[in-house]
Design a protein around this ligand. Structure first.
Ligand SMILES: [Zn+2]
Length: 238
């Protein structure tokens, strides 16, 4: 270990690089997930907005500092989380809001995602939507006459299908999110200004309560069976 120049237990260059790669080069905050590096205009350089942040602070008095932790544990990969600059500031500004268990859950989830993503294509949201439409279109064709058709015609057919679903209740916009194994998953989003509030009355069962807790505490997306909730929509009074 090189000699310490301050009382902070800093991560080595190698530890930082490992943290970045384990997170897949993406901020580990589930509400953020921005990419943290890019090409620089100087062809010899790269740009980064990523930070290897300490879960338990690098020095006594810092956020989530653990005096029982050894120096080796404090500078290990296990005590780091890869974040963007703003999220790294956020977790240290009000440490009580971002306890060790929450940051470890973020890290585990980001690493789980990076493991699933390796070797997969990286696509933007609009590219993803276009691919979903294409897959859905192929599925529709398979159920019809099986003849090949041009993708533009398919896209407009799907858009028309979404529009007719949106017309069922003009307060909501319906769009196709994914198409897998013959099942279409739709996203239903209230149109701006159309709805003032949506109440979700949930069934009080351990399974529902646990899913909602994960959603509220860790921002984990969740799926609830239709019999587990009642939705009350409050229209906007104009
Ligand atoms: Zn972030």
């Amino acid at each position: 270990m090189p000699p310490k120049t301050s009382n902070r237990d800093e991560f080595s260059k190698q530890t930082k690089a490992i943290l970045e790669k384990r997170a897949g080069g993406v901020c580990s905050n589930p509400d953020c997930k921005v990419f943290t590096s890019s090409a620089h205009t100087n062809p010899e350089k790269s740009s980064s907005i990523g930070v290897a942040a300490h879960i338990c602070a690098a020095a006594s008095g810092g956020p989530r500092f653990d005096s029982f932790m050894s120096e080796n544990a404090r500078i290990s990969v296990g005590n780091g989380i890869w974040l963007c600059q703003s999220c790294s500031k956020l977790i240290d500004t009000d440490a009580a809001q971002f306890p060790v268990a929450l940051l470890q859950a973020w890290k585990a989830s980001a690493e789980d995602t990076s493991q699933k993503r390796i070797g997969q294509k990286s696509v933007s949201e609009s590219e993803h939507r276009s691919e979903v439409m294409f897959a859905y279109g192929k599925g529709m064709l398979a159920h019809s006459n099986g003849k090949a058709s041009d993708p533009t015609a398919l896209k407009s057919a799907i858009k028309g299908h979404e529009r007719s679903l949106s017309d069922v209740d003009p307060r909501f916009e319906v769009s196709l999110r994914s198409y897998q194994d013959g099942n279409s998953i739709y996203e239903i989003v209230p149109k701006p200004g159309a709805v003032s509030m949506i109440d979700l009355l949930l069934l009080n069962t351990p399974s529902v309560t646990n899913k909602v807790r994960l959603l509220r505490e860790y921002g984990k997306s969740t799926e609830l069976p239709p019999e587990s909730y009642t939705m009350v929509i409050h229209p906007k009074n104009n």
